[in-house]
Write a protein of this length. Structure first.
Length: 582
C-alpha cells in the first residue's frame, strides 16, 4: 500500500491549519496538491526516494510542498506542521468532517470553548454552549448535532477501494502458509460494502498456532493488536484485519456466520428456529426432538457445516451470493426460488464514462483507447467535462472544443481495435438544467452524461432536479446521481423509486460510478431503481487507464443491487448500446 493517502491527509491538515489563522492562497495550493497526490498512480514514497525533482514533477506540486513531502516520507513528520499543530491543538481532520464546520469555525470554537475533539464538540452543542459564542446561533448548533454522527462514522470506516487490496494481499499471503487448507474473506469485505469497518479473514486449518505465527511474521503487519488460540487481530497500514482459524470441517458454517450481515444472520436464525433447526458458526443442528437426559436441554444432530452451500441447503434455502446478504428480501426471494442471476465482470463489454487530458483526465485520447482495449473492452466512450460551474476550474470543454475533439476522437477511432463513442459529461445545475452547451453540440455527440457537480450541500429533497435532468431530450446517462463522496460529502436526498421510474420512461440509464470514492448509485438504490424499471450502466469514470480497474467495484455494487446482466446497458454489444442512445 502506498503512502499517497497518508501524505495527502497531512497536506490537507496543513492547509486547514493555515486557513484557520487566515493565511491566503497557500491553503488552496496545498489542497490541490493533496488531491493530486491522493489520485496519483505512483507511490509517493518511491518518488520521494528518487529525490525532490521526482516529487515536484507531479503537476501542482511546487518546491515548498515537495520538500515537505520528502521530509514526511524520510522522517515521519513535518516540522512546520508540528508548529501549526501546537498553535491549534485540535483534531482538525475529525472536526472539519462535520458538515458546515470549516477550519475557521474550529479555531473560533477552540478559542472560546477549548473544543478539540468530536466528543467535546457534541457535548458543547448538547449543553447549548455553542450558541453563546459570537457569530454562532441556535441554527449552527442544531446543524452540528445533525451532522456529527456522519462525521464520526466517516472517520471509522475505510473505503472499499482501500480495504479490498489489503484483503486480496492477505489471501495471497495465506496461499503459501503451511497448514492452511481453506481461506476466504468474510464480513463486509466479502459483501463488497462501500465502506469497511475491519477486514475479516477466515482460515480452515488444523494448525491454528502455525497460522497465527505466520501472520505475526508477515512483513506487511505493522502491529499485532491481539492474539489468541483462534483469532488474531493485526494492523496492516491503517486497516484492521481480523483473522479467525477454524477446523476445516467447520469452515462452511463459520464462513456463513462471519460473512453476515448481522441482519441477514438474525433472519436466517429465526427461519431455522421455525423449522426446528439451530444455526450458528459451528453448523446447522436438528433440535426438533432430541433431549439431553442429563441437562434436560435439547441437543441435536449436526446436519451441515463443511461448506456454505451445505449450510443453506440444510436450512432449506437456496444459497445466495454474499453481496445480497443484507436482509433486503433475499431470504424470501430464495425461498420462492426467485433469486436473480447476478451480473458478472465478464458480462461487461465496455465503459461509457471516461476522461482525457482534454479536461481533467491524465491521459490522451489515444492512451485511453489503448488502455480500454488492453482492459478487454469492446468499446469506450470518452466523456470529458463540459464547461460549467463545478469543480473543474476552466478545464471543461466549450462548443468549439467539443467539435474539435469529435474530429480527433473519430480519427483515433479509425486506428483503434475497439469502437469509440464520442461523449460529454455535462453538469446538472441546481434547477436540473443541463448546461452549458448548445443543443446542436449535444446532438452531435453519441452520448450525453448529465451529472450533478455543484449545489450538493443542501438537505432538501433533490428528486425534481434529477428528474428534470433525466427528462432533457439529449441526456442518455445520469452520472453519479447522488454526488456523494464517501466519508467526505453526504449523498443528496432523492427518491430512488421516482428516479428509476423517470429513467425508465425517458430511456436514460442510471449510473453506478465505480470509483471507490463514489460508488454512486449504491446497492439499495440500484435495487429500487431496477424494480422501478430502470436500466443501469456501470462506469469507471477513469481519468487514467489504470482506473479501468475500478470496474470490479462497480460490478459488485450492481450485484448488491440485485442487478442481472439484462439490467445493465454496457453488457450489450456496441450496436445494442447505440440503439439505446438518443
Ligand atoms: P464492518 O466490519 O463494520 O464493515 O462490518 P462486518 O459485517 O464485517 O461486521 P463485523 O466485522 O463486526 O463482523 C463480521 C460478521 O460477523 C458480521 O457480518 C456477522 C457476524 N456477526 C458479528 N456479530 C454478530 C452478532 O452479534 N450476531 C450475528 N448473528 N452475527 C454477528
Ligand atoms: Ca468486518
Ligand atoms: Ca471483524
Ligand atoms: Zn466523470
Amino acid at each position: 500500500m502506498s503512502m499517497n493517502g497518508e501524505v495527502a491527509a497531512r497536506l490537507n491538515e496543513f492547509a486547514d491549519l493555515l486557513e484557520a489563522r487566515d493565511v491566503d492562497f497557500k491553503p488552496r495550493a496545498y489542497r490541490e496538491a493533496a488531491d493530486t497526490i491522493a489520485d496519483h498512480p505512483e507511490p509517493i514514497e518511491e518518488l520521494a526516494a528518487e529525490g525532490l525533482d521526482a516529487v515536484t514533477a507531479i503537476e501542482g506540486v511546487g518546491e515548498g510542498i515537495g520538500e515537505k513531502i520528502v521530509e514526511y516520507v524520510e522522517t515521519g513528520s513535518i516540522e512546520e506542521l508540528e508548529d501549526e499543530r501546537e498553535r491549534l491543538p485540535v483534531d482538525m481532520a475529525a472536526l472539519t468532517r462535520v458538515e458546515g464546520v470549516g477550519p475557521k469555525t474550529v479555531a473560533k470554537l477552540y478559542d472560546a470553548l477549548e473544543i478539540t475533539t468530536l466528543d467535546e464538540l457534541e457535548a458543547a452543542a448538547q449543553d447549548e454552549e455553542i450558541r453563546s459564542v459570537s457569530g454562532f446561533g441556535e441554527k449552527t448548533e442544531s446543524n452540528i448535532l445533525d451532522h456529527i454522527e456522519f462525521a464520526r462514522e466517516s472517520q471509522e470506516r475505510k473505503l472499499l477501494g482501500d480495504a479490498r487490496p489489503v484483503a486480496d494481499d492477505v489471501l495471497e499471503f495465506l496461499a503459501i502458509v503451511d497448514g492452511v487448507e481453506r481461506r476466504e474473506v468474510a464480513g463486509s469485505i466479502r459483501r463488497w460494502r462501500a465502506t469497511i469497518g475491519d477486514v475479516d479473514v477466515l482460515v480452515g486449518s488444523d494448525e491454528p498456532e502455525t497460522v497465527a505465527d505466520a501472520v505475526a511474521d508477515w512483513d506487511r503487519v505493522d502491529e499485532i493488536i491481539e492474539t489468541g488460540p483462534t483469532k488474531t487481530s493485526a494492523r496492516v497500514g491503517s486497516m484492521r484485519v481480523d483473522l479467525r482459524v477454524v477446523t476445516p470441517e467447520d469452515f462452511g458454517s463459520a464462513l456463513q456466520y462471519f460473512t453476515g450481515s448481522k441482519d441477514h444472520n438474525i433472519h436466517l436464525r429465526n427461519h431455522a428456529i421455525d423449522s426446528g433447526l439451530k444455526v450458528n458458526e459451528y453448523g446447522v443442528f436438528d433440535v426438533s426432538d432430541v433431549d439431553d437426559p442429563e441437562s434436560g436441554q435439547r441437543v441435536g444432530e449436526r446436519l451441515a457445516s463443511e461448506t456454505e452451500a451445505d449450510v443453506y441447503e440444510a436450512l432449506g434455502i437456496p444459497p445466495m451470493p454474499p453481496e445480497m446478504r443484507e436482509d433486503r428480501g433475499e431470504i424470501e426471494a430464495a425461498l420462492a426460488d426467485e433469486l436473480p442471476d447476478l451480473i458478472r465482470r465478464e458480462d461487461l463489454r465496455g465503459d461509457l464514462h471516461t476522461h482525457t487530458d482534454w479536461s481533467d483526465g491524465r491521459a490522451t485520447v489515444e492512451e485511453m483507447i489503448e488502455g480500454a482495449a488492453d482492459a478487454g473492452f469492446d468499446y469506450l466512450c470518452l466523456s470529458d467535462h463540459a464547461v460549467g460551474p463545478g469543480v473543474f476550474g476552466d478545464s471543461g470543454l466549450d462548443d468549439e472544443d467539443v467539435r474539435e475533439q469529435i474530429d480527433v476522437i473519430r480519427e483515433a477511432a479509425e486506428e483503434a481495435s475497439i469502437e469509440v463513442f464520442t461523449g460529454i459529461e455535462a453538469n446538472v445545475d441546481a434547477d436540473g438544467a443541463v448546461g452549458d452547451l448548445e443543443d446542436a453540440t449535444l446532438d452531435a455527440l453519441d452520448l450525453v452524461i448529465a451529472s450533478p457537480h455543484s449545489g450538493l450541500g443542501g438537505d432538501d429533497d433533490q428528486t425534481d432536479r434529477l428528474v428534470a435532468a433525466i427528462e432533457h431530450p439529449a441526456v442518455d446517462v445520469l452520472g453519479h446521481p447522488s454526488g456523494r463522496l464517501i466519508n467526505e460529502r453526504p449523498a443528496m436526498e432523492f427518491d430512488p423509486e421516482e428516479l428509476g421510474a423517470a429513467a425508465a420512461t425517458n430511456d436514460v440509464a442510471l449510473e453506478i460510478n465505480a470509483n471507490p470514492r463514489r460508488l454512486d448509485l449504491w446497492g439499495s438504490a440500484v435495487q429500487t431503481a431496477i424494480d422501478a424499471g430502470a436500466t443501469i450502466v456501470i462506469d469507471t469514470d477513469a481519468h487514467d487507464p489504470r482506473e479501468f480497474a475500478f470496474l470490479r467495484y462497480g460490478v459488485h455494487t450492481a450485484r448488491r443491487g440485485w442487478a442481472s446482466a439484462d439490467d445493465v446497458l454496457n453488457t450489450r454489444d456496441a450496436a445494442g448500446v447505440r440503439s439505446f442512445l438518443h
